[in-house]
Design a protein. Sequence first.
Length: 202
Amino acid sequence: MLLYDLPAGMHPRRVRIFLAEKGLTIPTRAVDAAQGENRQPEFLRLNPMGRLPVLQLDDGTAIAESLAICRYLETLHPQPPLWGSDALDAARVDMWTRRIEQQVSDPIAMVFLHSGEFYRGRVTQVPEVAAWARQNLLTTLTWLDAELADRRFIAGPNYTMADIVAQCAFVLGKAVGRRIPAEQAHLTRWFAEVTARPTARA
Ligand SMILES: N[C@@H](CCC(=O)N[C@@H](CS)C(=O)NCC(=O)O)C(=O)O
């Protein structure tokens, strides 16, 4: 296997943390997106979307999409479970992973895409989209803070894929000026705990 990585990217970071939590090491190749390496024909053959991460299997098969890569690795290496340990648990993790991706991670990515320096000249940036996402996130964070009032992690008592997606989003959130407000005590407590894990800087 070979993992095509973008060290500064939010989505590739999900996979690196996932691997570290599993205690797995996979040969990794950093792709130079700043120089457009991910838009070259060789990379587009792996992922026509030109995005990272991509996991290439030994037979050449390429799996793109960070969640699909983690799901695949979870099936191969179920311990320690990061996607639930029975059907109900797995459904809860799926439910929360999807919610976090749609409500938190995608809007933070939108702020970055539509206002960040990296994407200037690479995509059509619409500042209003960034402003809308930035504003909308305030409501979302209030909701998530209340959700975390009575449980330790996003999907329940255990650290899961949903936490990984959320922590990676908030790391990017800090960089784009959408930090967790200090008064959101539950979310702040959760973020301090997940970012103190030895795997957080993988
Ligand atoms: N939904 C995809 C999103 C992948 C994505 O947007 N990756 C970004 C880095 S975080 C990327 O490759 N950006 C480089 C570019 O668009 O040129 C996933 O979960 O893997």
